[in-house]
Structures are given as structure tokens and as C-alpha cells.
Design a protein around this ligand. Structure first.
Ligand SMILES: O=c1[nH]c(=O)c2[nH]c(=O)[nH]c2[nH]1
Length: 281
């Protein structure tokens, strides 16, 4: 029996970087977290401890900070493309560079309709994500949103499901729909208008969630993906993960009160977990 190294990767995770772009009368602020994940000819590092083909993860981290000075000026996708190409072009042992970037949501403060030039407020947990993979086959760009917390108070139901000896769930045509959505989509080119597309896709996802007459989480997940593929020709496919953050009717009858579908227990766990990828045929 012989034993050999299987698939392996190495890189630096969570390179946390923030940047100020100073304009004469206002500042731009960006905060990102970068993962570098490299694949290539690294077998001898594992088998005989030969580090001659290893670009240290410390150097990878330094490279992210150094290249951000000139090359992190617009989208995280554009910066990821630059980083992936830099690592591949300068290091022959590397056959694939995967750059994962998550950008925090900082919103400019507004007072009386006017944006403050240098003060920001957190936009919450929501993050814009991008993954760039460059290898001998080409370049793939995936963008997405993590921790997109969305909720609607009606236009959502769940009925006509399987009933068996263990069913206790009551059918409803009017429930709260709350989720912490994770979405990602791939582009058919690495040369598209990333920021405009991201903003348009995010709005389409929200609008579809809001306006859809939802018969289940599955039903709305598909509608959201379908809307994006219908509207944005640059998107190849889209994946959505939608935990069902249950808001369960609280029993007020025990106090002789009527619950008119307005008092709920918001539960974290357990939660339904619905995922799906919507593709073009
Ligand atoms: O939208 C839903 N889909 C399900 O599959 C499911 N299962 C469940 O108990 N509640 C729900 N809601």
C-alpha cells in the first residue's frame, strides 16, 4: 500500500484591512477581510519538508496590504482579480489562486438629508462577498451577500404539506417570513461592471422577496434566483441559503386572551434550512 498527498491548499485567512481614500472635502472608508487560498506544486513541502516552493503566508498577508495601496480603489471583485493574477504570475509553483473577500457595510452618516464627509454608521452584519479563482482554465468571479437579514410580516404561508403521526405544525396562510440569507452568483465574464451589477442584483433580490406571494421558503428562494437570472444576462447561476428564522405564535389562551396573529416567540434554534441553486437550462 502506498500513501500519497491528496488535494491540499494553503494561504492566509482573515487579512483584515481598512483603507481611507482622502478627497479634498470628504473621505471614503472601506473595510474588508481577505482570504488567500493557494494550490499548486507543494507536495515536497508536505512529504520531505522542502519549503523552496512555498511563498510564506506572512508574505501573502503583506502582499494584500501593499497591493491595496494602489489597487483597492473600486470594487472588491477588481481587487481580488488583481491579487489572484499577482500571485499566479509571480510564483511558478502556484497553479490556482483563490481570493475570498468580504466587505463590511459602512454607511455614511446623514443629517438633514446631507451626507457627513467623514462619519459612518454600521450597516449591520450584512457583507458584500467576492471570490476570484484563477487557474490554467481561466478566471471565475463569484459575488454575493452574507448575513442579509430580511423579514416580511405577511404574504407568506405554508400549507398542503405531508401530514403523518408526528405532525403538529398548523397550516397557515399568514405568517412571518424571516431569514438570514446567504446568496452568491457567478458571472459569465471577469470584465463586467461589478459595482453596478451588485447593486442591481441586491435590489432585485429584496424587491422579489418583498413582493412575492410566498407559499414556502422554497417557493420564494426560487423566485428570487429566477428574477436575478431573468434580469441580469451577465449572471450564469445563483445559489441561495435561506434559514427559516421561525416566529412561532405564542399561546395566549392560557391567560384567557386571543392571539390575533400578532404575538410570537422568535426562535433561533432549531431552524429550517433551505438551500438551492438556480441555473440556466
Ligand atoms: O417554508 C417552509 N418550508 C418548509 O419546508 C417547512 N417546514 C416547516 O416545518 N415549515 C416550513 N416552511
Amino acid at each position: 500500500m502506498s500513501i500519497k498527498l491528496g488535494k491540499n491548499t494553503y494561504g492566509k485567512n482573515s487579512v483584515n484591512l481598512s483603507k481611507i481614500i482622502r478627497h479634498p472635502d470628504y473621505h471614503e472608508f472601506r473595510q474588508i477581510s481577505v482570504n488567500v487560498v493557494l494550490e499548486g506544486d507543494f507536495e515536497t513541502a508536505h512529504t520531505i519538508g522542502d519549503n523552496s516552493k512555498i511563498l510564506p503566508t506572512d508574505t501573502q498577508k503583506n502582499t494584500v496590504y501593499a497591493l491595496a495601496k494602489e489597487h483597492f480603489v473600486s470594487s472588491i471583485e477588481a481587487f481580488g482579480l488583481y491579487l489572484a493574477n499577482y500571485f499566479i504570475s509571480n510564483n511558478p509553483p502556484i497553479s490556482q489562486a483563490r481570493i475570498e473577500i468580504a466587505e463590511h457595510s459602512w454607511q455614511r452618516m446623514r443629517f438633514n438629508g446631507t451626507e457627513h464627509p467623514h462619519a459612518y454608521c454600521s450597516g449591520g452584519a450584512e457583507k458584500h462577498t467576492a471570490t476570484i479563482i484563477q487557474n490554467e482554465k481561466g478566471i471565475e468571479v463569484t459575488s454575493g451577500i452574507n448575513d442579509l437579514l430580511i423579514l416580511k410580516t405577511t404574504d407568506s404561508g405554508f400549507e398542503n404539506y405531508i401530514k403523518d403521526n408526528f405532525t403538529t405544525l398548523k397550516e397557515t396562510s399568514d405568517r412571518i417570513f424571516a431569514t438570514q440569507c446567504e446568496v452568491s452568483w457567478t458571472y459569465n465574464s471577469s470584465n463586467v461592471l461589478f459595482t453596478e451589477l451588485f447593486n442591481g442584483i441586491r435590489t432585485t433580490l429584496l424587491q422579489t422577496f418583498a413582493d412575492h406571494h410566498s407559499l414556502s421558503v422554497q417557493h420564494t428562494l426560487f423566485a428570487m434566483g429566477e428574477a436575478v437570472l431573468t434580469k441580469f444576462a451577465a449572471v450564469n447561476e445563483i445559489s441561495l441559503k435561506m434559514p427559516n428564522k421561525h416566529h412561532i405564535l405564542f399561546n395566549l389562551e392560557q391567560f384567557g386572551m386571543d392571539n390575533k396573529n400578532d404575538i410570537f416567540i422568535a426562535t433561533d434554534e432549531p431552524y429550517g434550512y433551505i438551500t438551492g441553486t438556480i441555473v440556466r437550462e
